[in-house]
Design a protein around this ligand. Sequence first.
Ligand code: COA
Length: 502
Amino acid sequence: MYRDRIRLKSLWGKVVPAEEAAFLIKDGMTVGMSGFTRAGDAKAVPLALAERAASEKLKITLMTGASLGNDVDRILTEAGVLSRRLPFQADPVLRKAINRGEVMFVDQHLSETVELLRSRQMGPVDVAVIEACAITENGGIVPTTSIGNSATFAILAEKIIIELNLTQPLDLEGMHDVYIPTRRPFREPIPVVTAESRAGLPYIPIDPSRIAAIVVTRKQDSSASILPPDDETNAIAGHLIEFLGREVRQGRMGRSLAPLQAGIGTIANAVLHGLIDGPFHDLTMYSEVLQDSTFELFDAGKLNFASGSSITLSAGKYAEVLPKIGSYKGRLLLRPQEISNHPEVIRRLGVIGINTALECDIYGNVNSTHVNGTQMMNGIGGSGDFARNSHLAIFVTKSLAKGGAISSVVPMVSHVDHNEHDVDVLVTEVGLADLRGLAPRERAETIIRNCVHPSYRELAADYQRRALQRGGHTPHLLEEAFAWHTRFQQTGSMMPKPLAAE
Ligand code: COA
């Protein structure tokens, strides 16, 4: 019975079908929707919008926390509803529309979107559509499996539509910590001094008179598509765990390490999973996405506390964890993404940030977003928030892509998301390059020796040798720096033909 979940009775009359609520959204509006890496997204109103677009002109700017589930980005793209999209996406159909120039995609650091809205450098937000598992006695919104940007969208929007999802467990209530930074320039320090710190409220505080409609839904979050670990991801995890063990032995950190952040995806999940058998204990996470590995570490007794902005699980883990989510209460907090990813907090806590690169170069610059420097993959997400501010900024990638036609370590990255100044450690299945305190010439040697796949190693070493003859602080052969990429575009492989034949 949905009324039990709307504890402010005066709001009962606001319950309407999704189609009616969607009429609050007009052509040209900016809409802020909940949703962060497939968790806690609005599931009914966007579909009603897509249906309306079949018979009327309807184009919107859509802001979310991060990527959406339930094919919402695909459906909105196919219906032609999206004119502008930010700050992150991971949908193959939307990706193609972005790369055709049909949808203007603004790829932002995930901590920054609401800061730009609050200071009116972007916006205004006309309508917020927020998934909730309950509405409190005072009209506060209790989010579901993510907070993302929902709190600030709801606080700033002219009108709010709530999607009350009856499949989301009520036990989620009490697992959110909604803290909104005070206005600049007189901002107070953010009172998060450990991963466990509670700084705000367990709901999003709003004036209930701004709730324009409530839509009741029953659709679950989409599951994460995490591939099982393979030899390469296991090798990457092994190198990293060995490295962290050395950090402990050298007295740089204790056996509980430092708060861990791991990006979305198979490699990061495998690395965290690998910690189950590692010599570490009493771990904490200060991350943005909490994946299967978070709950595996909890259940193995290795993890004491996890702070994030969303819970994004595989289908099996979702079915296992969601019904007993209450048993993790007191050990898990979800925060707005500007807090989970806040530079101030990440620097204060000394987080170990582990994120995935598409490619990196021999000097340690990292491209996380653009295939061949032009085609958008997903977006920078939170990787920049963490890399710039972490105690240890670690990037992982397999050394080869596309069956060996691509080397993920190249002479010069074709797009830079994280520059050499922000990258401490690079790991491939081949090995680990510890770049701390090294000058570019030393970084190149270390990366080529430890991270480049043997089939490309001599090619990279030859490039570096010839570049060194020209001199410079960061030696390069500018006319050749992208030769590997152009060769791939022209021949389908970065490997020169004579070498490929050997
Ligand atoms: N050049 C071209 N394509 C490459 C490549 C390269 N150097 N390296 C990998 N790829 C391709 C893979 O072949 C694969 O293609 P497919 O989907 O057609 O199979 C795809 O990129 C994904 O690579 P995969 O190895 O499966 O890694 P992943 O799923 O872990 O994704 C990123 C890697 C970089 C795309 C992903 O981590 C990302 O979007 N990162 C940016 C956001 C981020 O870091 N957020 C962190 C906080 S959540």
